[in-house]
Design a protein around this ligand. Structure first.
Ligand SMILES: [Mn+2]
Length: 559
């Protein structure tokens, strides 16, 4: 586990050219602190820094450059014109729900014959199955549009085709070697993609698809308005933890504005439920909304998260929200208890010295496995797999730090698995009990030989140095133009070097430094340090989502 204050962590201070900082500061009219962070992160040129800060929607690439976008749009237009029954097939996480809402909502608005179906992942699995294809056939479907799933459903899509149902795949998962036999496979991660950005979320791909459709459909009839659609894409992208740079930053930053300005009924209801004020950061708003939507479970293909996002009457939205909030509380409790069990188990067996860890648990509650795996992987700083066994079958989740490729590691061990898929840093699989031991040995062996030690070395990257006087609310507020923070655009991290311990004041049980409150797990153990003692602190602003608090990430005694 993380041992704050121990010399184990390596502090890596970005090397910064001060003339770059000055040039950005004056050229763009931004604060010195903001300019420092931008330069530290490779946005030293004025043009790059400007487009990062502006995140203008015009900077998005041409959606028709996404692989297979032309046949996808053509088939969808044909389906609408022909009054084909269309089923949008989604995935029961926030990315999948928002993706479903984007495509279904737009088609519904123009009067298409459309339904959506989101399988309950614990009982129905992910993506398309033969049973679902048969069900859609019975309902008269002529076209299936998959969102946030479908790329690995080769056989099921072939089966649908044999029954006369076409499929358009829109997905963002790593494509398998052989693509499914769909009319179109729209995935920015395809090797032959000439689109400039590969890390869109499922809802990001769905958004670009509907944008492309709207451009063409405009030439035929009144297109869907796309009102609020960008806000949906922002919620789903943020929830799926995609890198918040490039096009994702553009989608999330602009979409967030739609949410905050309550551009649609669901945003208004969600925003008034989560308590935020003008000192709240964007991440704070997201982190309060996300678990509520994420708590929605699918039932018979329907999903309350989608229903909330599709609501046009405030009363309906309020009612759905109330039940989601209750479900969210129950889910949090389940996740907390599951994590407790995993941590007890981990304490008993130890984390080991290997480069990765596989834990096998009996019967963790549904949909808590991913959460527990993330938590354990974050705290150990190495790839972790947790397999939850249920009878003779197990569901596994794998999480790991940047630099590891878990899809590759699972693929190398696929002879032990029933199925697998996902992303480099977050993947899932299913396995038979009889194969678990062999898988465990082979998987850990594979990563032992493959994983570069630097991936699992704990390192804190620091953007710049600060003087204690620089920690002012106004200067921290100025950093908010770098939001949203998350994957690949982490919160700024600063070093306060050789700080006189006397400047830290404890008032009513909280540690303060000038205008800001200090908090975080890495608080110096000896709070009653004598004035004259020297400390070096690594700090990061917006600890609890407000501009007034700063997290102590790590510290060392400078004696
Ligand atoms: Mn996704």
């Amino acid at each position: 586990m993380m041992c704050p204050g121990m010399a184990k962590t390596n502090w890596k201070l970005a090397s910064i050219d001060n003339s770059d900082v000055k040039r950005l500061e004056y050229g763009l009219g931004i604060s010195a602190l903001t300019a420092t962070v931008l330069v530290a992160r490779g946005f030293g040129s004025e043009g790059n820094a400007r487009s990062f800060l502006e995140s203008s929607l015009e900077a998005l690439g041409d959606p028709f450059l996404l692989p297979d976008m032309e046949p996808a749009v053509d088939r969808l237009i044909h389906a609408v014109a022909n009054d084909d029954h269309i089923v949008v097939l989604g995935h029961d996480d926030v990315d999948g729900m928002t993706a479903t809402t984007i495509v279904f909502g737009a088609l519904k608005e123009i009067g298409a014959d459309v339904a959506y179906y989101i399988p309950d992942s614990p009982t129905e699995g992910l993506g398309l199955s033969r049973a679902l294809v048969e069900r859609f056939k019975k309902s008269g479907a002529r076209l299936i549009v998959t969102v946030d799933c479908g790329i690995s459903c080769k056989e099921e899509i072939a089966f649908a085709r044999s029954l006369g149902i076409d499929t358009i795949v829109t997905d963002h998962h790593e494509p398998p070697e052989e693509l499914p036999p769909a009319v179109a496979v729209v995935d920015a991660k395809r090797r032959d993609s000439t689109y400039g950005f590969r890390d869109l979320a499922g809802c990001g791909v769905a958004y670009r698809f509907i944008e492309a459709f709207t451009r063409r459909y405009r030439q035929i009839a009144g297109p869907p308005s796309l009102d609020g659609t960008l806000g949906m894409a922002a919620l789903g992208s943020y929830a799926d933890r995609v890198p918040l740079i490039g096009e994702n930053r553009i989608l999330v930053r602009n979409g967030m504005r739609q949410v905050l300005q309550k551009r649609a009924v669901p945003f208004a209801v969600l925003k008034s439920h989560v308590w935020v004020d003008e000192e709240s950061t964007m991440s704070e708003v997201f982190s309060k909304i996300m678990p509520i939507l994420g708590a929605a479970r699918s039932d018979g293909g329907g999903n309350l998260g989608c229903e909330l996002l599709l609501a046009t009457e405030e009363d309906d939205a309020e009612e759905i929200l109330t039940s989601l909030v209750m479900e969210c509380e129950r889910k949090k409790e389940r996740a907390r208890r599951a994590l407790e069990r995993v941590e007890e188990h981990l304490a008993a067996v130890g984390a080991g010295s290997g480069k990765s860890l596989v834990l096998v648990e009996e019967h963790l509650p549904n949909k808590t496995v991913g959460f527990c795996t993330s938590k354990v992987s974050e705290s150990l700083g190495k790839p972790v797999v947790i397999i939850s066994m249920r009878g003779e079958k197990g569901t596994g989740e794998a999480r790991g730090p940047k630099g590891v490729d878990l899809v590759d590691a699972l693929s190398a061990n696929k002879r032990f698995l029933l199925g697998y898929g996902g992303h480099k840093q977050a993947a899932g699989f299913s396995i038979e009990r009889s194969k678990v031991d062999e898988f465990k040995a082979s998987f850990t062996d594979y990563l032992e030989g493959k994983l570069d030690p630097s991936v699992i070395r704990r390192e804190i990257r620091i953007d710049g140095k600060l003087a204690a006087d620089d920690l002012k609310i106004a200067s921290l507020k100025a950093l908010l133009c770098l939001e949203p923070f998350g994957e690949e655009n982490r919160k700024p991290v600063f070093l306060l070097e050789n700080l006189d311990a006397g400047v830290l004041k404890e008032i009513d049980g909280t540690m303060r430094l000038g205008e800001v409150t200090l908090c975080g797990g890495a608080m110096p153990a000896d709070r009653s340090s004598n004035p004259g003692d020297k400390l070096s602190l690594v700090v990061s602003p917006f600890a609890d989502g407000s501009v007034r608090s700063v997290e102590i990430v790590d510290w060392k005694s400078a004696k």
